[in-house]
Design a protein around this ligand. Structure first.
Ligand SMILES: NC(=O)c1ccc[n+]([C@@H]2O[C@H](COP(=O)([O-])OP(=O)(O)OC[C@H]3O[C@@H](n4cnc5c(N)ncnc54)[C@H](OP(=O)(O)O)[C@@H]3O)[C@@H](O)[C@H]2O)c1
Length: 286
């Protein structure tokens, strides 16, 4: 298995995103567990989740609980999996996503995630999204307090711009280990954050790397160059997309979402797909 590092933890260079298993349109639990087990079987050791990955108001943490159960029932190697969760987003149950970045809320959310994951310290805890009602320094300060208290082993942020990445790293005393931002062929504007992470040696986790749950299947029809390179290699356009991302910098660790064993296996196979300089150029026209 090809690996990369998040802080001082070695993880598979491609992770698994848990969101499609828990929000609107999710499959039954049996299929989700099969997808998680397929990932573990393939050597995936990073699973991304969040307390807000749920559908109804009364099932906060649906995805965290599902992942904890599936990893426990896998039976082998589960303890080597880094489960990365997040706090700061809420879902009132009407389909919307709201924010609470207050220190009080983040600390309470972290305690609830600890219980659902059944651990004494969370492997990677990420501040989900800046809350315009709360100074960024206060939200990140809460994450620093959680780190200092040993409630979380490593700290990350998400949906941050370069200034916020530098600020968070400073508040955390140089202990920021990951940044999770949207990045895909359809959304390339986070290249500056990716470049900054590469410069600082901080892991960069592209979210919705295939274009998001509803668009991922159409990646090849939306982006001709990806379909063309895929045809030449006899692989899916989604694999080409993940290989393209991995080639951008050694800090990149994509977390494609999946809810089926087939898509999990197809994505992991991107680790063995080497794209030439010329092919990468076609995927990234000037
Ligand atoms: N930090 C944030 O604010 C934020 C926001 C959004 C997402 N995220 C995280 O990022 C993860 C990934 O984003 P996402 O799930 O929104 O979008 P995505 O990864 O771009 O797309 C997910 C969809 O891609 C399909 N898929 C996966 N691998 C495939 C393959 N090899 N070939 C064809 N289709 C494939 C899956 O289909 P099946 O379901 O049929 O398997 C899944 O529904 C999320 O799961 C979540 O953990 C974070």
């Amino acid at each position: 298995m090809h690996t990369r590092t998040i802080g001082d933890v070695k993880v598979s260079a491609i992770g698994l995103g848990g969101m499609p298993m828990s929000i609107e349109g999710r499959p039954d639990e049996q299929r989700s567990v099969a997808a998680i087990h397929a990932a573990l079987e393939a050597g995936v050791t990073l699973i991304d989740t969040a307390d807000a990955y749920h559908r109804d108001a009364d099932e906060v943490g649906h995805n965290e609980s599902l992942i904890a159960r599936a990893v426990a029932s896998f039976g082998r190697g589960g303890s080597e999996v880094l489960i990365a969760t997040k706090g700061g987003h809420l879902r009132p149950g009407d389909g919307s996503w709201t924010l609470d970045g207050s220190p009080e809320y983040l600390k309470q959310a972290c305690e609830a995630s600890l219980k659902r994951l059944g651990v004494e310290a969370i492997g990677l805890y990420q501040f989900h999204r800046p809350d315009p009602k709360v100074p960024y320094a206060e939200s990140v300060g809460a994450i620093r307090d959680l780190l200092d208290a040993g409630k979380i082993r490593a700290a990350g942020i998400s949906n941050a711009n370069p200034e916020q990445i530098r600020q968070a790293n400073e508040i955390l005393g140089g202990r920021l280990v990951s940044v999770q931002n949207q990045f895909s062929p359809a959304f390339r504007s986070s290249e500056p954050e990716l470049d900054l992470c590469a410069e600082l040696g901080i892991a960069f986790l592209p979210w919705s790397p295939l274009g998001g749950i509803s668009q991922a299947g159409q990646l090849g029809s939306r982006f001709a160059a990806f379909a063309e390179v895929a045809r030449e290699h006899g692989v899916s356009a989604q694999q080409v997309c993940l290989a393209w991302m991995l080639a951008k910098a050694p800090v990149v660790v994509p977390i494609p979402g999946s809810s089926r064993p087939e898509t999990v296996r197809d994505s992991v196979a991107a680790l063995d797909l080497n794209l030439s300089f010329e092919e990468l150029g076609r995927l990234d026209p000037a």
